[in-house]
Design a protein around this ligand. Structure first.
Ligand code: 13P
Ligand code: 13P
Ligand code: MG
Ligand code: MG
Length: 366
């Protein structure tokens, strides 16, 4: 049976700043999908990570399906009305276009979708990150799919030993999708050379070379490329099919213990460690730290089980404590150097105006 999992996520308003959506807002989106999606989708799961609401749904309509995307867009619009009524901050923040135009991609919300022939048992993990951008997934998924130091299956599983194909997108090229396919292990160094630049080259998808099947899909929206200015961070989602020909769930999770430094944090303009959090995590310290949550599911004929919270385990309390130290450590240097993003990534237009004004006051010494 060919099934599609679609993840669609947007920030449409939140309580007390960029912390968390309200219950009324989440309920509205949930009710909207239940009422209007009955004929279209098999199953759905509505969640929030930080201030972002995600619609996860299963169906038989394939990826980039106009009806599925419209359903999500309309649900986000309905939610925005509730956000406005409640006076939530940033109501409709990620809905950057006025009218739906066939595909939600390029309109603000994040989208990650995979279509596949369902295996007899079909486990997958849905990741959602807040206060960061799609490049935040480069390192953990590079390590999980290409490095035997993190993924034992690359040595131990014959199917995985053939390696994986990484499809990488240049997110700075905005006219069309500019992509490249590179194969691990032969092209590992080329993959690394691109993925070191989290703000430009982003993993879009990963495929098993033994079966050709897709394991991973990541949303690659960069909002400032759509809006031409800062409207909020591009808080990315990812879908990962696991086990069998793909890495085990635990191998996918392993690199998240690093708490590597990513772009985002306060005003989308800083560097901070990515903290793996429990489902429904909110946002706090310095509008951060950047967070990622993971909901694992099994699926049968498109029907979802309840989610299992992959970062709800005593081990991750230890990791979170260490990452908190890392977050406070980099925050100690405030705006200086590596703590704040380089000029061309600074998300607030204000500093550009400021520097332009100062430029005129500079004098050349004779
Ligand atoms: P089981 O033998 O319990 O299925 O575990 C295998 C595995 O994939 C562990 O990562
Ligand atoms: P969001 O993109 O999650 O709304 O965060 C925006 C921000 O500026 C936080 O300081
Ligand atoms: Mg927000
Ligand atoms: Mg957000």
């Amino acid at each position: 049976m060919k099934i599609t999992i679609s993840g669609l996520k947007a920030d449409i308003g939140s309580i007390g700043g960029h912390i968390t959506p309200s219950k009324a807002l989440i309920n509205e989106v949930e009710n909207f999908i239940q009422k209007n999606g009955a004929q279209l989708i098999i199953d759905s799961y509505i969640s929030h990570t930080g201030d972002d609401i995600a619609i996860l749904c299963t169906h038989e309509k394939g990826v980039s399906n106009e009806k599925i995307h419209k359903l999500a867009w309309d649900a986000f619009l309905a939610g925005t009305e509730v956000a406005k009524k409640q006076g939530l901050y940033g109501a409709g923040q990620d809905l950057l276009k006025d009218a739906f135009s066939g595909n939600i991609k390029g309109m603000g919300p994040a989208v990650a979708e995979i279509e596949f022939e369902e295996r007899p048992n079909e486990p997958f993990v849905f990741f959602a990150a807040d206060k960061t951008d799609p490049g935040a997934y480069n390192l953990p998924f590079y390590l999980a799919f290409a490095d035997p130091m993190y993924c034992a299956g690359l040595m131990l599983s014959p199917k995985m030993s053939e390696g994986f194909t990484f499809r990488i997108i240049d997110v700075n090229y905005v006219e069309k999708d500019k992509i490249i396919d590179l194969h691990s292990p032969e092209e590992l160094y080329d993959i690394a050379a691109l993925l070191r630049d989290n703000e430009r080259y982003v993993i879009e998808s990963i495929y098993s070379r033994s079966t050709g099947n897709q394991s991973l899909a990541i949303s690659t929206t960069r909002l400032h490329n759509i809006a031409g200015k800062y409207t909020g961070k591009d808080d990315p989602i990812a879908l990962v099919r696991v086990q069998g020909e793909f890495p085990a769930t635990g191998e996918i999770l392993a690199p998240f213990q690093i708490g590597h430094l990513v772009a985002g944090f306060m005003r989308g303009s800083h560097t901070g460690p990515l903290m793996p959090c429990k489902l429904k995590a909110t946002i706090s310290y310095f509008d951060g730290p950047p967070i990622v949550t993971g909901a694992a599911f099994s699926i049968k004929e498109g029907k979802l089980t309840e989610p299992a919270d992959v970062f709800d385990h005593p081990f991750w309390d230890y990791v979170r404590a260490k990452i908190s130290e890392k977050a406070t450590e980099i925050r100690r240097q405030g705006f200086s150097g590596a703590a704040m993003l380089p000029y061309n990534e600074l998300e607030y237009g204000g500093i550009v105006d400021k520097l332009n004004k100062l430029e005129k006051k500079f004098k050349i010494r004779e």
